[in-house]
Design a protein around this ligand. Structure first.
Ligand code: OTU
Length: 644
């Protein structure tokens, strides 16, 4: 018998043995049947994955049983309306590829005070055209420094300042009734040091110490650190934190108060599965898997993107398909593009942030050239069938220049030097730069650095405003729209960082807050200014111009079925400043990254797109003539299609 056959038979045997127990947990005969059918479909895969991860442990079958029972309990608790949603989504698993899906992301407190406030803002989300809302971590977290909520003390409790879990469950339903899917984070690489598991570990409890990775002295940490990347070298140097209470070094990839979970322990796999399914049962439809790259560690490696990290996510995915198939995973891997792609799969993360596109949009704005953007996208935009990119220009994090050095070399760019240039450009140091960004985590050893700043400030609006320069203001506004026009048309879910739609500028007040001063990301996390938002009705203001244009672009996207999915052909427009791509053979997008007018030859365009007899620009509704030339104004973009 070959190993796969053996595993399949073992899986079958375990299932047969455990079924009577499951039937005691899920008592209703109909729901029982649904669960068993799904188990029969997916359990062999789960079994193989868990066996590969934990099969060498003597008590593997005990843990397997525990995991199975936990899943059955979660399924028994799943509300009837969510079970209906499961059926709906099983029939339409690619719902997220629809062009009508448009996302927004915000902090609950900064955007609307609390969960009740978010409810009241549903009309605003609708006015903008959102159908997907990512609320950043809203769980119980330590007072003071908590990494903007990414240090979680209790996955089952909402931070009391924001509301409670019952309100969250109600909100998820109310959003759904308004056509909006709720996305939450699953911060599963670490917990805060205030989580009961960590507190119990600090009291000396061995079982809970095994939930984390701990070392009695520096021997192993020193060996590991030879290959580790420091994520926050300024605020949190090193990857281990000494806790005198227990005389142990705890693995802390991020801040010292964020303790990495130990997934070599199958109990950790199970308890985190329970937390995951608990969130699914609140009505969450998209789960953003935070920091996926780091969840497995192996001596002698970088401890990023290891095969076991993929297996854990795949195993969670399989359980979700059994218990709560309405839920989809979104991967947050801000790493080399090859590794970003490695998480994208219907059986792993069907959705993924597109950090390469994000970084290269800013790169193209700085250089006014699209060669690296075009080259990387033609190599990397295509992903596994049944998946989708989440395209964005800004989020709550810094911008890291995570493009591939080999892509850069292929178009004659030295990656290292180019990053040094981009950092100087976006901190405003480079002569002639329009940007007002702030350095984030400069590493004097590697000279690596990332950039903080709001979209508007990075695009030049802050500088133009302080210099009262009208031409610069116009260019800044056009840059903001240009890069948004691309995330709205390139293929995938566009995700707006709320605040950007009203051209929010940097907020430097974090510098006088002792909890935030060390972390420049707070410069682009201001409280949403509703007075400023009120100016969105006035087209002569920056707020009005950006908001109303984005709103119109979203409406246009929504009305174009050709913009669904991610069939995109990037091509060379023969103009170094103009990006071009064709969507589903039907819509041709052109985007001028230069502050000068550009001419594109109609003949070149005809090579990539069967020119319709009559062409209109969907953005302006105007007829467009491509022969012999098409002229694009500074920062102009066009969505060309056959005239109706
Ligand atoms: C994520 O980001 C979150 O988005 C951050 O807000 C958190 O601080 C962090 O995790 C810890 O929970 O380092 O600068 O390569 O993949 O996981 C952002 C690192 C980050 C990234 C990412 C991380």
């Amino acid at each position: 018998m070959n190993p796969t056959e053996w595993l399949t038979q073992e899986a079958q045997r375990s299932l047969t043995r455990l079924l009577p127990r499951l039937k005691l947990i899920i008592t209703d005969p109909h729901t029982q049947q649904v669960f068993i059918t799904r188990l029969e479909n997916h359990f062999p895969r789960v079994f193989q994955l868990l066996h590969a991860l934990y099969g060498h442990q003597y008590d593997f079958f005990y843990h397997l049983e525990q995991i199975l029972e936990a899943a059955a309990r979660s399924y028994a608790e799943r509300a009837p309306d969510l079970r209906m949603l499961d059926t709906q989504r099983e029939a339409d698993p690619l719902w997220f590829q629809n062009q009508q899906v448009v996302g927004g992301v915000c902090y609950v407190d900064l955007f609307a005070g609390d969960l009740q406030g978010i409810r009241e803002k549903i009309p605003y989300f609708q006015e903008l055209g959102l159908t997907y809302l990512h609320l950043m971590p809203l769980f119980d977290a330590p007072e003071g420094a908590n990494d903007g909520g990414y240090a979680i003390s209790d996955f089952r409790n909402v931070n009391p300042k924001l509301g409670n879990m019952a309100q969250l469950a109600t909100l998820s339903r109310e959003l759904r009734q308004h056509g909006i899917s709720l996305c939450l984070d699953f911060v599963f690489n670490h917990t805060s040091d205030q989580h009961t598991w960590a507190l119990t570990a600090l009291e000396g409890d061995r079982q809970h110490q095994d939930y984390y990775r701990m070392f009695p002295d520096r021997t192993l940490p020193d060996l590991y650190e030879r290959h580790l990347r420091e994520i926050f070298p300024n605020q949190a140097p090193g990857s281990f934190t000494y806790r005198p209470e227990i005389e142990q070094w705890v693995w802390t990839t991020f801040h010292s108060f964020q303790w990495d979970l130990n997934y070599t322990n199958p109990e950790v796999f199970r308890v985190m599965l329970e937390e995951l399914l608990f969130l699914a049962n609140q009505g969450v439809e998209v789960l953003r898997l935070d920091a996926v790259a780091f969840i497995w560690k192996e001596m002698g490696t970088t401890c990023e993107n290891l095969p076991q990290a993929h297996m854990i996510i795949q195993a969670y995915n399989a359980w979700v398909q059994i218990v709560a198939p309405a839920l989809v995973f979104k991967s947050e891997a801000i790493v080399h593009p090859d590794f970003v792609a490695s998480y994208i799969d219907p059986n792993e993360c069907p959705l993924s942030y597109n950090p390469t596109l994000m970084a290269l949009l800013w790169e193209a704005l700085a250089t006014r050239e699209v060669k690296l953007l075009r080259h990387s996208m033609s190599k990397r935009f295509e992903i596994t069938l049944g998946c989708a990119w989440v395209n964005y220009v800004r989020v709550h994090d810094d911008i890291g220049w995570s493009f591939a050095d080999e892509d850069a070399a292929e178009v004659g760019i030295n990656g290292f030097h180019h990053r040094q240039f981009l950092n100087r450009f976006y901190t405003g140091e480079f002569p002639g730069s329009f940007a007002a960004g702030v350095p984030f985590n400069f590493n004097p050893v590697t000279l690596d650095m990332r950039i903080s700043g709001t979209c508007a400030s990075l695009a030049g609006l802050e500088q133009a405003t302080s210099e009262a320069n009208n031409l610069q203001r116009e260019h800044a506004l056009k840059r903001i729209l240009l890069i948004h026009s691309i995330i709205l048309s390139a293929g995938g879910i566009p995700l707006l960082y709320l605040g950007d739609e009203i051209a929010t500028l940097n907020d430097y007040s974090y510098r006088s807050d002792p909890v935030k001063e060390e972390d420049s990301r707070w410069v682009h996390r201001p409280a949403f200014d509703w007075q400023q938002a009120a100016r969105r009705a006035d087209l002569s203001t920056s707020e009005g111009y950006i908001f109303q244009t984005l709103q119109r672009l979203i409406q246009q996207r929504t009305a174009q079925p050709e913009l669904a999915g991610n069939q995109t052909l990037f091509f060379d427009t023969r103009c170094p400043h103009v990006l071009g791509y064709v969507r589903s053979h039907k819509v041709m997008i052109l985007a001028n990254f230069s502050d000068f007018e550009q001419k594109i030859s109609g003949e070149v365009l005809a090579a990539y797109w069967q020119l319709p007899a009559e062409i209109i620009d969907l953005i302006t509704g105007k007829h467009v003539n491509l022969k012999p030339w098409l002229i694009l104004a500074p920062y102009e973009f066009m969505w060309l299609a056959a005239a109706p």
